[in-house]
Design a protein around this ligand. Structure first.
Ligand code: DX5
Ligand code: ZN
Length: 228
């Protein structure tokens, strides 16, 4: 079965017990830790900086950390997040003057690079840089807050990006972020995503093991639907 990457968004974790809560979702089966960085400028909210990521590494969180930068400008923060222990760094094309330069900076700092597209950001931002991407993130809500509703227009966009990736025989992770829940994850996977950011849809439950087991079961259904 093809690999699906579950990316718990610690934006919905208990910030007073961040290390413990992060370890708990990894133990329950999370693959990547999704780390949302907001600056009250590119998006109307303020969250975490590189110091907090470094604290998680010092707490012995060894899972890959997927940093989603919702900040403008982007470039200054890249070496800081890389040094703090980021694995992936994803940014929004509207937040940087020179997309290709920002991608180069991420690669030079030793991280994998992702591009995040807002619900109305056109796909032609992928032209010319596709081969340089390790991850494409499709926002299925407007960035800035957890616990918003999934925008159904994302399904069509997902199918289009999946076609572009496959047509070019590329091994790019296609990630969806916003409003992912147990009851829509199968449809999202069936539309072409293979990584799922899940915040409130996971952290609102007390038993992470149980909810992740249920999610995996849903993903299995999506997989068998796609091969029949
Ligand atoms: C929104 C963030 C998301 C958020 C998702 O701007 O990028 O990662 O945490 O949260 P849920 O899963 O609650 O929609
Ligand atoms: Zn995010």
């Amino acid at each position: 079965m093809k690999k699906f990457f579950l990316a718990p968004s610690i934006l919905s974790a208990d910030f007073a017990r961040l290390g413990e809560d992060t370890q708990k979702v990894i133990d329950a089966g999370g693959d990547l830790i999704h780390f949302d960085v907001m600056d009250n400028h590119y998006v109307p909210n303020l969250t975490m900086g590189p110091m907090i990521l470094e604290s998680l590494r010092n707490y012995n969180i060894i899972a890959p950390i997927d940093v989603h930068l919702m900040v403008k400008p982007v470039d200054n923060l890249i070496p800081q997040f890389a040094k703090a222990g980021a694995t992936f760094i994803t940014f929004h094309p509207e937040a940087t003057e020179h997309i290709e330069r920002t991608l180069q900076l991420i690669k030079e700092s030793g991280c994998k690079a992702g591009l995040a597209l807002n619900p109305t950001t056109p796909l032609n931002f992928l032209d010319y840089i596709l081969e340089k991407l390790d991850l494409i993130l499709l926002m299925s809500v407007n960035p800035g807050f957890g616990n918003q509703s999934f925008l159904p227009s994302t399904f069509n966009k997902l199918r289009q990006v999946r076609k572009i990736i496959d047509k070019n025989f590329l091994d790019i992770i296609l990630q969806v972020d916003g409003g992912v829940k147990l009851d829509n994850i199968a449809e999202i996977a069936f539309s072409g995503a293979n990584s799922f950011v899940i915040g409130s849809g996971l952290f609102k439950y007390s038993n992470y093991d149980l909810i992740i087991k249920k999610i995996r079961k849903e993903l299995k259904h999506a997989h068998s639907r796609s091969i029949h």
